[in-house]
Design a protein. Sequence first.
Length: 214
Amino acid sequence: MFLRIIGDDDDSDIRHVSLCPTTRQKKVQLPVGIETGGRLQVADEALIRSQQIVPVSYTHLDVYKRQGLVLAGRGYNIYDRGVNCDIPRKLRQRYGANVIPLDFLVTGREAIDPATNMFWVSGRKILEAARIAASRPNLHMVYITNFKCGPDSYIKHFAREAAGAPLLILQFDGHGNDAGYMTRCEAYLDSKGILRCYQPPKEPLPKTLAATIH
């Protein structure tokens, strides 16, 4: 469940509810069907659920000795399948990669490194995701950005330092297809030693369709 907190800048979102009590008083953009009067309760519940996902992501990778790809970037880049050519889903379906968006790693309560002097909230989240990836050998970072993004041109520099290891940066411009991007993804996975062929499990057919097949 993703909610967006509308604040003074475009980077405010549900993850920042925990930064300070006054942040919770900001206007909440709710899905259709949710009354405005219950916005704080809905935001609190979404925050609690999102924080519960963080240890689960770590636990599954550690228990099953799996590798993970940390998907970093701004929300409109990493979650919009049209903008990113659906690369995150293809990484899973074609190579079995465990793709973890930064919102499932960064809780918003991490200490801010004053040395970075990062102005943008989204930039602080990206850098924290990079630090988390650097602290765990089974996490590798994929940074999705778009053409001529001024803030990202700065953030990428600090993200490389925070990651402490080579990371993959995919820059989308809205004019390319997925061929070149997937080639770069394959090369990145191969350089990390985690490239593999993967056959996703077949999804069951809908009952209405299955009934017509003999």
